[in-house]
Each structure stands twice: as C-alpha cells, then as structure tokens.
Write a new protein. Structure first.
Lengths: 518, 308, 362
C-alpha cells in the first residue's frame, strides 16, 4: 500500500575486518512507492548500508525490518526472494555472456535438463517491452554501451521480481541525455508501484527525481526530509558538516614554457580498438591543465601513456623537452614526473606494507634511504615517514600499521605524500579526490594549486566537473578518443558548456581545437 | 629414425595413443570445469592417486568391479570435498590446498598399502579387478579404424564420451551457465542469487568424479594393480592440458591428445639406444614446451592486435 | 586490546590449534591401523628424545628443510607459486656429486666449490620457469612441477651413465671425495657443519627480505605487482631475481645434504624436501628467523615417524600425512576469523570511544 513503511533499517553498525567503521549508527526507512534518496559524501557509508540491505554484508549490530517484520538478509539470494533488487555502481554483469544469458542467470527457465532458450527469449522480450527498456537480447554484454548495460541491470532486477530497487550512483557513468532517460524510466517504475532507493550525492538530481531524502555523514543518520521542504544549501550543510567554498581562492596563472607536448597520440586497447585517436596538445608549467570527459573516452589511456604505464602506438610525447617513448617508468620519474593514479587501491599502494614503506616506494634507489651497498637506512626512513605523516596530515596511530587499515582519505594522503615529496616538475593527477572525504579533498586541491603557483605543471583528469572548472586554467574535453573541445579560459564557462562536448553532441572546429597546441 | 616413424604411423601406435590419453583427458576435463568456475585445482594428482588405490582395494575386498568403482569414486568425491571445504569455506589458497592434498595422498596411499599388504611398492598381492575392454560391434570389423577405435578399455570410451558430456554441461545446462558466470564474474553471479560457493562446490565435485575415474583407470585398466606414485605427474599434465585448451571441451581434448602423443612416444622410443632417463623426461618436457608454445602464440596474438 | 595484539593472539592460538589437531589426527590414524598403538605412539612422540643420536637426527633432518623452506619463502614472497625448490635441491645435490667426484681439489676449497656450483645449478633450474613466466606468462606452477621430474631424470642419468659405482647392485654413485665432505660438529651424531651454514642462511635471508633494497622491492612486488610497476620497479625482474636466489639457496641445500650426510649419491627419486619446505615456510609465517624452529618441528615429526616405523607396524609415511594436514590448516585464512573479527570490532569500538573522549576534553 503506498505511503506505508516497506523497509526499515534500525541502528545499523558495521565494522569491517580491517577495523574500519563504515556505519556507526544509521537508521533508514523507506515508504512504499516512493523514490527515496540516500545521500552523503563519498565514504559516508551509503554503499555499505545498501550492501547489508542486499545481503552482501552482515551488520555488526542493528535490525532490518521488511514490511514491519524483523528479518535477517543472509545473502543476495535471500534479498532477491524478499523482492529487493540492486543495480550496483560497478555493473554486475558477465561480459562474455549474452544479454539474455545475463538476465536469466540465477533463474534459468528449464526444459528438462537444458535451458529453455525460447522461453528465456520471450521472458526478456516481454519485460523489456512492458517498461520500454530496449536492449539487443543476443548481443554479448561486453559489446554494449554503458547506458545499455545499465538497462540490462534494471531489467535483470525486474525480471528477478524486485519490488524495492536500489540504484547505487546510477548517473555517475551516464551522459546527461542518458540520465534524463533513466529518470523518466524510474518515474514510470515508481508510478507502477515500485519502491526505489536512489543513492547519489548530486543534489540537483535528488531534487529532480526523489520524494524524500535521508542524509548520512560519517556513518550516522543526519536527518530525513521531504525533498520539497529543504533547500540544497541545507542538504549540503548536513552532508558535509560545514560550508565548503566551491570556488577555491585562485591566483592568476603564470604560464611558463611547455611541460607536456603531445602530438598525434594514438593508443589501442587489448582488442585493437583505438582508445586515443591522434590527439595533440601542450600543457605548460605554471598551470593546471584539465581533461574532461565521460569515463571511458580515453582519459585513462592518456594518463597511462603519459606515465609510461602503457605503450602508445602512434604519435609522440615529450615531457620537459624529452621524448619519453623509450623511457622506463623509473627514468620518467627521475625526470621529476609524478603520478597520482586513478585507482589507488589497485595501483597506488601495497596494502600489507606500512605507511612509511608505501610513502617511499618510489625512492628505493635514493641514497638517503638505501646506501651504496644495498642495505636500507632504517633511521632515515623512519624520520622520512614521520615527516610525511606530519606534513600531509595523515591520521594514524602508528607508522608501522598496514596502510590498508587506514581510511580512503588517509590512504590518498599517503599517495600524495609519496608523489609530491619527490619535488616533481610535472604532476599527473588522475581523479585525485575520488572517494576522499571533504577535508582531504580540500587539502589535496590546495596542494595542487600550490604546486601550480610554484611554476609546476599540473595535469588534472577528473570526472568531477565542478572540481575541473574550479582548479583547471585550461581545459580539453575528450570524446571517443578525440579532443572534442578546447577551452583556453575556464573562468567563463559552465558545466553545461562542457557537457555538450563530453556527450559528443557538439564538436568544435579543427581550428578551435588546434589552438591547444599553440 | 625410420623405425620410429614406422612405429608412429602404425595402427598400434594410434591405438596406444588413445590408450594413454585416457588418464590425462579425464582429469583435464575435470580441471577445465574447475577452471571455468574460477578454481585452479592443483590437487588432481593426489585425487587420482587416492582413487587409484581405493579402486583396487574396493574391488579386492568388495569382491567386484562395482565395489571398486564405488570406493574409487567415493574417495575422489570425499577428497574433493575436503579440498572444497578448505578452499571455499576456510579460504585456504588453492595452490597450497592442492599441494597439501597431493602430499597427503602420497603419504596416505603408501601407509594404507603397507598396513593392508605389508608392502610399500605395489598391490600385486591383492586380487583386484580391472575394467573390461569393449569391442564395438561393426566398428571392430572395419580395417585399420577398427583396430584403432575398438577394443579399448571401458574407461577410455567413458573419457571420450565425457568430452561431449562436459560440452553439454557447460553450454546447454543451467548449471553450466552458472559455472561459467561464477568463474568470470563471481560478484555478478552472486548478485542475482547464484550461490557462488555452492556452484564451486559442485564444480569441484564434478571435477573430482572425472579425476577419480582417471585415477581408477591407472590401477584398473592401464595397469592391473596399484603401484606407489603411479600417477607420475599426470594430474599436473592434465592441468596444463586444461589451461592450454582454454578450458573448452574440444580444446582440452586436443591438448590432452598432444601431451598423450609424447607419452606414447616415450613408450616407442624405448626401442632406441638412448639413455632411458631422457625418454622418461619426454612427457614432462613436452608439457613445458607445449604450454610455452601456447603462451607465446597467445602473447603474439595480443601484440598483433595492438600493432594493427 | 590493540589491533596488533589481537592479531598476535589469534595467530598464536591458531598455530597451537593446527599442531594439536595434526597430532590428534596422528593418534587417531595409529589407533586405526596399528595392532600395538601405544607402542607406536610412544616411539613416535617420545622416541626422538631417547638418545643423543636421535636428537641429532632431528637436527640433521631439519638442515635440508631450512634451505628449501627459505627458498619457498622467498618465492612466495614475490607472489609466485613456483614449486621448483624440489628440483633445485636435487639439481644441487647432483652437481655437488659431479664436482666432488670429478674435480679433485684440496680439503675445504673443494666443499666450497661444490656448494657454489650447486647453488649455480639450482639457480639455473629455478630461472627456467621464472623466465618462461616473465617472457610469455607461462604458469610457473605447472612448468616448475614438470621441471622437477625432468631434473630428477637428469640427475639419475648423471649417476647412471657417468658416476655409477659398478660394484653395487643398487643404483649408487662412486664414493664422494673426502676432501669435499662437510665435517661433523657434534660427536655421537651426524650433525655436520651444514647446520651452521643453515642458520647463517636464515639470518642472511632475514636481512635480505627486511633490510635490503632488493627485499623491499620484493615485498612491494609480492604484495601488489601493479603498484611495483607503477612506482618504477622492474616487477618481473624482481620476480625472476627472487626465484633465482631461491633456486640458489635450495641448490646449496642439496649439496650440503649430500656432502654432510652421505658418502655416495644414492637417491633414485627426488627426496621431497622441496615439498616439505612449503610446510616449514608456512609454519614460520614469513619470518626467516623462525625457519629453524619450524624445520626442527617437522624434522621431529619425520624422525618420530621413522622410529615408529622401525619399532612398530605403522609406516613412516605418517609424516607426510601430518605435513599435508598442517599445510591445509595453516593455509586456512578463515580459521578462527570470526573470533579475530570480534576482537577487531572491540578494538575499533574502544578506539572510537577514546577518540570521542578526547574530543570532549578538547
């Protein structure tokens, strides 16, 4: 019945096995037939809370009620049986299987021993028509676009009988057009009696789509509101805990000589597709050079090529006047090039090693830490670790603890400490504040601006347009592996201007784009 | 040299080739199912060894082939269960788990053999049974082909049928779909309610059954008795065959045939005046070589794609 | 209780539990297979301590295990699963035999030459799966195991065709040169100089892993190879280096075993020290300084099993069963995990409370 409480999670607490407290005390309730926003900053505990609702994690403490009945959701299977479906941020699809196979997985229609292909096709076609979510049923999932994959995910949840649908930051990977489409579809679902939990920290989206909002901060519930009764500032205040200046204090840039010169750069992926298609640009000392784009349009490959983590297959890259094509990563780093990687957990740290060991991982050939022989200089290393913890405000009890026991923000500060302590001239920063708490974000942004003011070249790739427009002096937009637009001055443009080009709706003329190489 | 060639191109050699592929093909198919489910089962060797002994003991004391089959299969499933429990429930590394199973197996088989027969080398003193050979009507009368295809041990035909059965399982049955998804993206599988652990349990048990048959073939077909360490690395060779065949039934069949060829060769080459140790090395060297050639070709292919 | 203490407590209890379970299992098996179980068990548990000679057996038996365990430890630390220590050990022994018999040298120098050649041989063998993996990502697990068989037959070939004692009916090499043998150091036992070398090797490995640049790079690579690559290390080079060093250590172990314990090369198949080394390495939990203790424990079990086999109706393969069980249990990461989690939760809660109290004060 609409309006009644369909779900309640009470006083939920979750401590992970590494000791990280993801949820300390959260109460969360959703009514039947509403779109309910769950908002909070990165790391506030939203995803953890939803994983418990979907049976993927068990709460350390607290109870879950479905339709007023206390339940234990032991596994995703149990969750699905209770009518809970989840569309994960990272799609839960098997790439080599077809759309149909992905959708029927776990509830395969059978004809004797074998899968009833005909029935499966019919089921998929029916549900896909009913909610007007059209996907090619026989295509392999690996060949679909991101938007299509998401549709498959939603259809899959519907097919599995979900009545409560959780969507974890569904718009993060979508273009604005796709987002609009998604919102339309979600509203249809709500009107047909589905309950939707919409996880997002984008306030404009919440305002557009949702009926109510629950705000959490640092693992605790901060409040529940009717969306129409609160304004964005209030929400932002509750989420963040203090007012954050969206516009950073920024001195005018003093561009120096060229630091990164890229010409006709082409990079292919493992199956031979061009991920970067002959792009050229120059980034200068004394500026923040920004790269915008929807995820998967070549940013990752660009950073990998610049940092020598990947070979490129055409064109040239010169950094600080030197051709880098024959260089090893070690040689490149010796040229005073630093790199803050996109995914710190998989490439940015060695989880089992200590903070100090992680912070000096690029300096094992530095005579300060390793003498002429090959023995480590323990005393110097310890002093260095101590210095880093203080200089970069890394919160920890003990320098010798494994880095994996720290929070995301503190881990990123260790990465920053390592990369900035080698006195770099060029800093390649890929998503430097992703999944980092507000305090650390502010700190990282300030550090990047400081380096720029000192005349270094900061090469910034970010999916956070707000951050890009706030930090970058000049900006290029990548779309489909090509530069779709170049903005020589970021002060005069809005997110919408950039969005056009990110989505491939528009493309600047060759002359305008060629300006970036001047 | 010409003697060798003559031998290889004889029907006897091809017959033997099919004979020696049996104890590689069966565990390789099992290993492929495990690989597909995302488990590398290094314990194939030990499972084979234990079921080889269990089959012999079962048939000797149970008074028949059926009792032997039951004992061998039961043992293989039990050991697989142990492997699965430690790997899946207690989160032990699969490589170490497999190695532990192998260590246990080589100790336990000798201990048991000694306890029962008072000997550590062979089960020759026991009166155990073997699987019978099967002559296929009609086929056996065809010249050449009849000599090659007919008159094999029952287990050899089981192995060949298993290729088809595994194909059917992986690509036609719901369980196969689940096994493939669990190996490729376990999170995706579990998010739609596929019980990843249970699916892997089933895969490991299926693998155990096939491997157990392979082990029993060693002591109840290939030879008529159990001898210490008689599996001699076939479990590992099977694992290599599964990897090289990319865990597809046809691929596994072909790579098993390749490795078996060298196993068969080593029998033929005994005719030469080479030191026998070099001939004994051949199957192992061939496995290293085959795996390497496959990997080189895979690496080249990836490179070529990039260069285009 | 802090996080560190919680982990230490759980780890210690787990180790104890593993050993107790293994020994209880032994008792069970003995009761099942033996007609005189109490005699068998007495020989197994107490037997090894009944004479100096037997205690010596434990120490001698631990010596080869120390080398293979150190090799395994270094390979595993690099995140590799090469099982080559078995083959490298055997290769070392075979080469030491060849150098001992074929190349006359003065006392002392001869042994050193044997050890170094054996180390080189072990390193060479271990480098094969390492390079195959580095160049074409061939799985090192399978190639190393296959190579163990190849090495085994190669060594037997060497003995059979080049160094065979024709007077003997069973396969044995000619007598090893006196000049190359390692002298005994404990009268009344066979404990030889190799034991001292083994202990020095543990110290060396500890320095290598925890105090040297290479060890630091090794630990980074083993923990996260993509991270090692990204910070500019040659991660595949480190992996190869680790396996080569490990091969050298195992190879040297093979020569020490031969020259310390035997007067002829008599093995007809690889003796399995490489596999047992895995158990020892797991027991020592990544710490080279714990290896002698772990090796001694396993050697105690081996010695006990041998004495039991001699004096009762239970065969010595019991030792392998125990090793397998210990391996399974120690590798089980989830064993006692729930208890560990509870302690960690408590520690986190206390920490939070303390932090909150601090905030209130401030």
């Amino acid at each position: 019945m609409p309006g009644t409480e369909i779900l309640r999670m009470e006083h939920i607490r979750k401590v992970y096995s590494n000791g990280v407290v993801a949820n300390s005390d959260i109460t969360f309730a959703v009514n039947h037939g509403e779109i309910h926003a769950l908002s909070g900053e990165n790391g506030a505990g939203k995803t953890t809370l939803m994983k418990m609702l979907f049976g993927e994690e068990q709460p350390t403490r607290g109870d879950i009620y479905i339709n007023g009945e206390k339940t234990v959701i032991a596994s995703p299977t149990a969750a699905i049986r209770m009518g809970i479906g989840m569309v994960h941020q990272h799609f839960m699809l098997v790439p080599s299987l077809t759309v149909i196979e992905n959708m029927i997985l776990g509830m395969e229609p059978r004809k004797g021993l074998i899968i009833d292909q005909k029935l499966a096709e019919r089921q998929v076609a029916e549900i896909s028509e009913k909610y007007n979510l059209i996907v090619p049923p026989h295509a392999k999932v690996q060949d679909l676009t991101v938007g299509q994959k998401q549709k498959v995910e939603i259809l899959k949840a519907l097919l599995h009988g979900a009545k409560i649908m959780i969507l974890d930051e569904p718009t993060a990977v979508l273009t604005p057009q796709e987002t609009r489409e998604l919102f339309h579809e979600l509203k249809i679902l709500r009107d047909s009696g589905y309950t939707i939990i919409f996880i997002s920290h984008k306030l404009n989206e919440v305002r557009e789509l949702c009926d109510r909002i629950t705000i959490i901060r640092r693992g605790q519930t901060m409040g529940v509101y009717d969306v129409k009764d609160v304004d964005e500032e209030e929400i932002s205040h509750l989420m963040v805990g203090r007012d954050v200046a969206l516009h950073l204090e920024k001195k005018p840039a003093h561009q120096g000589e060229a630091a990164i010169e890229v010409e006709g750069l082409t990079v292919r992926n493992i199956i031979g597709q061009k991920k970067l298609d002959g792009i050229s640009f120059r980034a200068m000392r004394g500026e923040v050079f920004g790269v915008a784009g929807v995820e998967g349009n070549g940013q990752t490959e660009l950073v990998e090529a610049l940092s020598r983590n990947m070979d490129f297959h055409g064109g040239s890259i010169r950094i600080l006047g030197k051709d880098i094509s024959g260089m090893s990563i070690r040689q490149l780093r010796a040229q005073k090039v630093s790199h803050i990687p996109e995914d710190r957990m998989t490439t940015g740290i060695a989880g089992a090693l200590s903070i100090t060991e992680n912070a000096m991982a690029d300096k094992s050939y530095n005579p300060e830490f390793c003498g002429k022989g090959t023995l480590l200089r323990k005393k110097n290393i310890k002093a260095y670790g101590q210095k880093m913890v203080e200089r970069y405000h890394i919160f920890c009890k003990d320098l010798d603890v494994a880095i994996s026991s720290l929070s995301g923000g503190n881990i990123q500060k260790v990465v920053l400490a390592r990369e900035l302590s080698s006195d770099p001239e060029v800093i390649i920063a890929d998503q430097p504040t992703r999944g980092v708490d507000v305090g650390a974000t502010e700190f990282i942004r300030k550090e990047l601006l400081r380096l720029r003011d000192e005349g270094k070249c900061v090469f910034l790739v970010s999916s956070d347009l707000n951050e890009l427009l706030g930090l970058a002096d000049r900006l290029i937009v990548l779309c489909g592996g090509k530069i779709a637009a170049y903005f020589p001055d970021t002060t005069a443009i809005t997110e919408d201007d950039v969005g056009q080009y990110m989505l491939g709706l528009d493309r600047q003329s060759e002359q305008e784009i060629a300006e970036v190489t001047k | 040299m010409s003697i060798i060639l003559q031998n290889i191109f004889s029907t006897e050699f091809v017959y033997m080739w099919i004979r020696v592929v049996t104890p590689i093909l069966l565990p390789a198919l099992g290993g492929a199912i495990c690989n597909r489910a995302g488990v590398v089962n290094l314990g194939l060797e030990g499972i084979m060894l234990l079921s080889a002994l269990a089959g012999v003991l079962g048939s000797a004391f149970g008074g028949g082939l059926l009792a032997g089959l039951a004992a061998g299969l039961g043992t293989a499933l039990l050991v697989s269960l142990v492997f699965a429990y430690f790997h899946l429930n207690l989160k032990a590394d699969a490589t170490i788990c497999g190695t532990a199973i192998n260590t246990l197996a080589s100790g336990f088989t000798v201990l048991l053999l000694f306890t029962i027969t008072g000997e550590k080398g062979t089960s020759a003193s026991l009166k155990s049974f073997s699987f019978s050979t099967v002559n296929i009507p009609l086929v056996e009368d065809i010249p050449v082909i009849g000599k090659i295809l007919s008159g094999h041990n029952l287990m050899t035909y089981v192995a060949l049928l298993a290729v088809v059965a595994v194909w059917f399982l992986l690509y036609k049955m719901p369980l196969g779909l689940r096994i493939r998804s669990v190996g490729e993206n376990p999170n995706a599988a579990s998010s739609v309610g596929v019980n990843v652990r249970r699916t892997r349990y089933i895969a490991i048990l299926l693998c155990g059954a096939l491997t157990g048959l392979g082990g029993m073939y060693m002591s109840m077909g290939y030879l008529g008795m159990f001898t210490r360490e008689m599996v001699a690395g076939r479990g590992f060779i099977a694992l290599a065959a599964a990897a090289m065949g990319q865990s597809t039934p046809i691929g596994v069949f072909l790579s098993s045939m390749l490795f078996a060829f060298f196993d068969g060769m080593s029998n033929t080459l005994q005719l030469l005046a080479l030191p026998s140790q070099f001939i004994d090395m051949l199957p192992y060297l061939a496995t290293i070589g085959g795996l390497t050639a496959y990997s080189i070709q895979r690496a080249r292919k990836a490179k070529r794609r990039l260069a285009e | 209780m802090t996080l560190k203490k919680a982990n230490l407590l759980v780890d210690s209890v787990k180790m104890l539990l593993v050993i107790v379970v293994a020994l209880v299992l032994v008792t069970g098996i003995v009761f099942a297979v033996s007609s005189e179980p109490s005699n068998a068990l007495y020989n197994f548990f107490i037997g090894p301590f009944l004479s100096l000679r037997r205690v010596g057996n434990i120490i001698e038996g631990a010596c080869p295990l120390v080398f293979t365990a150190l090799a395994v430890m270094i390979i595993f630390r690099a995140g590799q699963f090469s099982m080559i220590s078995e083959g490298a050990f055997f290769m070392g022994a075979a080469i030491a035999m060849a150098v001992s018999i074929a190349v006359p040298m003065p006392t002392g120098i001869h042994a050193v030459a044997c050890l170094l050649c054996a180390a080189a041989g072990g390193a060479l063998v271990a480098s094969i799966p390492a390079f195959l993996k580095k160049l074409w990502s061939v799985s090192e697990v399978v190639t190393s195991i296959m190579l163990n068989y190849v090495v085994q037959y190669f060594a037997i070939y060497l003995v059979t065709y080049h160094f065979r004692e024709m007077q003997s009916s069973s396969l044995a090499s000619l007598k090893l040169a006196e000049t190359s043998l390692l002298p005994g150091i404990l009268p009344g036992t066979n404990v030889h100089l190799g034991v001292i070398i083994a202990i020095l090797m543990c110290v060396f490995c500890w320095f290598l892993i925890y105090r040297s640049r290479f060890g630091y790079q090794l630990r980074i690579t083993g923990c996260n190879p993509s991270f090692a690559h990204y910070v500019g290390l040659k991660e595949t080079g480190v992996m190869v280096g680790a396996q080569v060093i490990a091969g050298a250590i195992a190879g040297m172990g093979g020569s020490i075993e031969l020259l310390g314990m035997y007067t002829r090369f008599k093995w007809t198949e690889t003796p399995g020290y490489g596999w047992t080394g895995i158990v020892v390495a797991l027991l020592a939990k990544d710490n080279p300084l714990m290896v002698p203790l772990a090796a001694a424990f396993i050697a105690y079990i081996n010695t006990g099993a041998n004495i039991m086999a001699m004096n009762s109706d239970v065969s010595s393969e019991m030792a392998q069963i125990i090793q397998g069980v210990i391996m399974l249990l120690i590798a089980s990461g989830a064993l006692l995990q729930r208890w560990r989690q509870k302690l960690i939760d408590k520690a986190a809660e206390q920490e939070q409370a303390a932090a909150a109290a601090e905030q209130v004060q401030a």
